[in-house]
Structure formats: C-alpha cells, structure tokens
Design a binder for this molecule. Structure first.
Ligand code: GCW
Length: 666
C-alpha cells in the first residue's frame, strides 16, 4: 500500500467535465517529445484526464523552437514561461523549454481539479511568467534521518546515514514541480558528521540518481557544504579562503563532484553562524569565503548561495548595545558589490529569526549590487510546530509587498527578489520546508497549505492568499463549496490568531528554549542568544531607535523615521523598535498592557472558534483527515490556553495594572 498521501495530486473524479469533452487534442510545443520532462508532462496529463474526467485526449507535438540556455535568472524566467490557449478543439500548451510545458500541464490539471471551466479559463491565451527565477525548498534533513526543526516525522531522503530512493522520492519531485518549485537543497545547512561526506565517493552514486529524478521534473539539485571541508575531510589544517592549498583542494574536489553528479546546480552555505565554521576564523570576510567557492564552481555553471544569518550568538543579556537584528546588515552591507556574479546572498526574514511578526530584513532594499534571495520558513519552528494551524501565506504576502524605498520604482521586496529592481543576475525565494515522512507529509494536513502556497506564491506573486488557500483545499481535501469555504475560513485568519495568543506587538520569542514550542516568557531573557523582551515593572520592548541600538536607521527613509518614532511605528511592530511603558497608548487607542490582555483572551477564544468550525466538518471530509486535524486542534487549544494564561499573569504581576474588563488573570 502506498504509504503517503497524494495531497493535491489526488486527481479525484469530477462530476462535470467543464468543456473538456469537446477537446480532441492537446498540443505541446517548444520541446521535443523525446525529452523526459515532456514525457513526464504527458504522463501527468494522461493520468489526470483519465482519473478526473475519464477522457483520453490525443497528444500531439508542435514546433520545438531553439530554446534558451539559461545563463541568468531572467533567462530562467523566460525559459519557464508557459502559455495555454484553446483553438477549436485543441488545447495548446507552449513554452521555450520542457519545464515550461510541464508547468503548463500542471496548470491545466489544476484548473480541472478546481472544477473551473477549461474553455473559459483559457478562452483568452493565458501566459504565466514565473515571478522569481529561483523557487527553492531547503530541507534541514540530517543523514541520520532526523530533521532539524522537523514536525512531520523523519526524513524521506535519509535512513541511518544512507540515501534512500524509492517511490516516494519520485512522488515528491512531482508534487513540488506541480507547484512550480525548481530547486531543492536536500541536506541541513548545519553540515556535520556524515553530511560532510556528501561530496565524497560514499554518496556520489545515490546523489547522481536523485539528481536525475529531480531533473526529470525541472528541479535543480543543490547541496549544503561544510565550509571547513578542507579540514574535516581533506586533511588540511586550514579553511582560509585565500590559502593556495585550500583553493587547490576545492578545485580538485569540485571537478570530482560535478563529474560524479552532473545535474548538480550548486551549494548553499551557512558559515560563521551558530558555531559553524567560516572565513572569520582566518580574518577574512564573508565575501572572501563565498567568492572563493563561487569562482571554482563557475566552471560548472553552478552557483553559491551564501546565508546572511551571521550574528553573535554569545551575547550577554546585560549588553544593550549588541543587537542581533542589526547583525545581517552590519556583516553583509559593507561588501555590497564585492560578491561575484554567481553568488547569491540568502536573507532570512525576519532579521531576528522567523518570529510570527518581525519587520522586514533591512538588507532587502539595502544592498543594491548583490544577487539576493529571500529565505522564509514554512517549517513551523516558531509558529506552532504544525500542531497549531498557522497559514503563513498572508505573512509572505506582506513581506513581498513591503516597500523598501530602494529605488524610484519597483522597490518592493517582490521586485527585488524577482530580479527586476537591480537587474540582478540571479535571485529568488527559498523556504525552509515543512515536510517529513509522515503519511500526510506535513504533520497537520492543514500545514500542507503552506507547502502548496509557498510554491504557488513563488511562481506567481500576484495570487492572493485566499485564492491559494481555496485551490489547496479543493485539490487536497474537498471540492464541496461549503466545505471549501469553511476550511479557507479557518486558514486565512489563523496566523493573526496565533500571533494574538503568543508574543505581543512584534517583540517575538517568549518560547520554551530549545524546542521553541509553548510559552516561557523569560525562557530566553537571560540567555546568550540576543533575544530579549526587556520587560520590567514599568515597561517592555527593545529600544532599536537612534537612542538605542540604532537598528531603525538600517532602513531607507521614510521607513527609518517611521520605525524610529513610537507615534508613527505600526502597532504590530512597536515593541520590536521601542521600549515603552505599559501605559503607552497605541494607535488602536488601547494601552500596551490592555492590548496584551485583550489579544491574549481573544486569541484563545478565536482558536476555540476555529476548532469548533473544524468539528462541524465531521462527516463532510475524509475521516482520516478529520481526525488528524481534530487531534491537532485539541493540542493547539492546550497551547493557546497556556500562552494566554502565562503571558497575562506575567504582565499583570510585573505591572500591577489590572485588566479593565476584570477578567480572571491568574
Ligand atoms: O532558527 C534557528 C534554528 C536553528 C537553525 C538556524 C538557522 C538550522 O533554531 O535550528 O539551524 O535558525 O537558520 O541556521
């Protein structure tokens, strides 16, 4: 028996053929029939038409064209652009590559699965150009099978330090290709133990095989590198990026790696971060490290993606000058323009660490001469561990829509990472993924919406969070209009509800140390990680203004002045930027303390409402799905209750100010 759910590729039978019966042929143009990606597209179309509509349209092949060798992001976008049109009884899908055809096929199948009319949707030619050149998933899978920050079982890539390739592997490639993912990093950014040997003979054959499977779906394979490989596996005593022996070792190593894994597209590197080795040890810059590797892999048309998550993780809580939020900008901005052409800096958002609410990283809109990529996290590390429902697409929409004022026009984060603003050679978006070997892939069935949604949004940034949620539910859970409406209604507000019952007003953290699930208001307050709320009996918040850490001025104007002024700073971020008395009045008209009480009571009550809405779906959705989500909701309510009580009690006892509404605070 198949041990994984089909998710949105279930292709369940449809009552209405919505114009498809009149189609006689599907014509694919732009790539040869012999291309295996085209082969996969055809298989997908045949299956989908058969399963959903019991139809078997004839497939024919149009002109092949000359194709485009993708030398930069814009070429990639051009290559992966597809058009779909209907002329008489022929549905035609065309693009400039086999991958474009594959995406077109998935578009048609999605239309049918969502029970829309093919004849209407494609009455006027529909053209989709990917919003981002690179649309990437980052797995934090370890080779022993565990997953760092994984909440849905173990890795499906590794068991006992071996790479496993089975039916699920191919299904995974289909699944992510169907939402437009074109790049995948298969090992944890913390490269240790066996993973350091990925670039040795021990794993080459399996990696080559994996790379082939992904390539069949237009997905590029990437690996995370141990920056100190020269020492750990090479027997040298240095990893100095300017040392001739180090460079020579990497040259030889890369020649071997690319010969053995021909589909490999490049590497992702976490250096000088949270104890991982890096160029700082040798007094070199991040650019020195990234460029050294990039120059070597350039010979193989490959790229180096270098993470900007570099900060001091040994801070003393009494030190109020060091500011983790500043660190990315401070470490990388001075070298804007120094990074070579095939380096991309991957910028985690937010500047602290994937909290439920943070301002946008100021590196986005700061750097102007560097290839950049945004990193988000769909693994729900700080957002409920895929126990609590937290649909993240509304948050990602906010990030992408943020205006950075880095140029006169085209200055949103979406513009920057699409490559449009600065005409960058490479750019895109990556998500730390939320999948594992659980039957349903993501622990909570509803967390599948974040995987689906990330891909859809990366492909087409213009889609709304609601539209994406609706597609996900229709394709994955039910196509009954009422059920769809209910589940979309649960997903859409879930992020704000989670925010309400957890840490308030952009301050973040207050989580249980290490696991990052559950409330512990002071859990990180006296620790070394730079993650403080600074609450005392008078007030709360971190002063990041010109009188504090100065972080607000890493933004372009007018954002800097807005954030710097508590009267102008948006409520939801006010404690990220300011230390304020509990009696400070917010734009909402409430005091900080009353806001804390109100949102926590409301957040818990709203979580209860979501759970009740789910309960009412019993019998209307598949039993296994129903039970899975119900069980998660039961745990979410315990968590929400605990957060509500702990936060309210903590601040009542600190401030001594009672709740205006006289509710019970322990
Ligand atoms: O959020 C933190 C996590 C670490 C993670 C790190 C990173 C992979 O707690 O588990 O390490 O971020 O992004 O590198």
């Amino acid at each position: 028996m198949q041990d994984y759910a089909k998710l949105w590729l279930g292709y369940t039978p449809k009552k209405n053929n919505r114009g498809c019966a009149e189609l006689r042929k599907i014509r694919l143009s732009g790539a040869p029939e012999s291309d295996r990606i085209v082969g996969n597209a055809v298989r997908e179309l045949r299956n989908g038409f058969k399963e959903m509509l019991d139809l078997d349209p004839q497939i024919e092949y149009g002109p092949v064209g000359t194709g485009i060798a993708a030398k930069c992001g814009a070429d990639l976008q051009e290559r992966e652009t597809y058009s779909i049109a209907i002329e008489n009884d022929v549905l035609s899908i065309e693009g400039k590559s086999a991958t474009a055809i594959l995406y077109g096929a998935f578009d048609v199948l999605r239309t049918i699965a969502c029970e829309q009319s093919v004849t209407e949707v494609y009455a006027a030619k529909k053209t989709v150009r990917p919003s981002n050149p690179l649309r990437m998933l980052n797995h934090w899978d370890n080779m022993d099978g565990s997953i760092e920050r994984g909440y849905s079982g173990e890795s499906f890539f590794y068991v006992n330090n071996e790479i496993v390739i089975n039916e699920r592997t191919e299904y995974y490639a289909r699944l992510i290709a169907s939402i437009g993912i074109n790049a995948v990093v298969i090992n944890n950014v913390n490269v240790k133990q066996a993973a350091s040997y990925m670039i040795t003979d021990r794993y080459f054959d399996k990696l080559a095989q994996l790379g082939e499977i992904f390539a069949g779906y237009g997905i590029g394979l990437y690996l995370c590198l141990n920056y100190a490989s020269t020492i750990e596996i090479g027997g040298l005593d240095s990893a100095d990026p300017l040392d001739a022996n180090v460079i020579a070792w990497w040259k030889e190593k890369m020649a071997e790696v690319f010969a053995r894994i021909p589909t490999l597209k490049g590497f992702l590197v976490k250096a000088d971060s949270e104890g991982r080795p890096g160029p700082f040890t040798y007094g070199r810059t991040q650019a020195d490290g990234a460029n050294m590797l990039a120059d070597i892999v350039a010979d193989y048309n490959a790229i180096i993606i270098w993470r900007c998550f570099v900060y001091n993780c040994r801070q003393d809580w009494r030190d109020k000058k060091t500011d983790r939020a500043r660190a990315g900008y401070d470490n990388f901005m001075p070298m804007d323009g120094d990074y070579h052409d095939n380096v991309i800096l991957q910028i985690k958002n937010g500047p602290m660490d994937f909290q439920i609410r943070e301002p946008i990283s100021p590196l986005l809109g700061g750097m102007k001469k560097t290839n950049q990529m945004l990193e988000v996290q769909i693994a729900q590390e700080y957002t409920g561990h895929q126990i609590d429902v937290c649909y993240l697409i509304p948050e990602f929409k906010e990030i992408l829509g943020f205006q950075t004022y880095c140029s006169e026009t085209d200055d949103t984060v979406a513009d920057i990472i699409s490559g449009k603003t600065f005409g960058s050679r490479y750019s895109g978006i990556a998500a730390v993924t939320n999948t594992g070997n659980d039957f349903n892939w993501t622990g909570n069935y509803l967390a599948g919406a974040n995987l689906f949604g990330f891909g859809r949004l990366a492909m087409d940034t213009g889609l709304s969070a609601e539209q994406i949620a609706e597609e996900f539910v229709r394709m994955t859970i039910s196509d009954d209009d009422e059920v769809v409406k209910e589940i979309v209604g649960i997903l859409l507000p879930s992020r704000e509800i989670y925010e309400r019952y957890t840490s308030p007003l952009g301050i973040g953290w207050m989580v249980q140390p290490a696991t990052h699930y559950g409330c512990s208001v002071d859990g990180y307050e006296y620790d070394r990680w730079g993650t403080y709320h600074r609450a005392d009996h008078l007030g709360i918040g971190v002063d990041r203004t010109d009188k504090g850490t100065g972080y607000a001025f890493q933004y372009n104007e007018p954002n800097a002045s807005i954030y710097n002024d508590p009267q102008k700073c948006p409520d939801e971020l006010v404690l990220f930027f300011h230390h304020l008395p509990y009696t400070h009045v917010l734009h909402s008209g409430k005091t900080v303390i009353q806001h804390i009480y109100d949102t926590h009571f409301e957040g818990y009550a709203q979580a209860q409402e979501l759970a009740a809405r789910w309960d009412a779906l019993q019998g209307k959705v598949d039993d296994a799905i129903f039970e899975n989500v119900k069980e998660r909701f039961a745990r979410q309510l315990v968590n929400a209750r605990e957060w509500c009580d702990q936060v309210n009690s903590y601040f009542f006892r600190k401030s001594g100010i009672p709740d205006e509404k006289g509710r019970e605070i322990w």
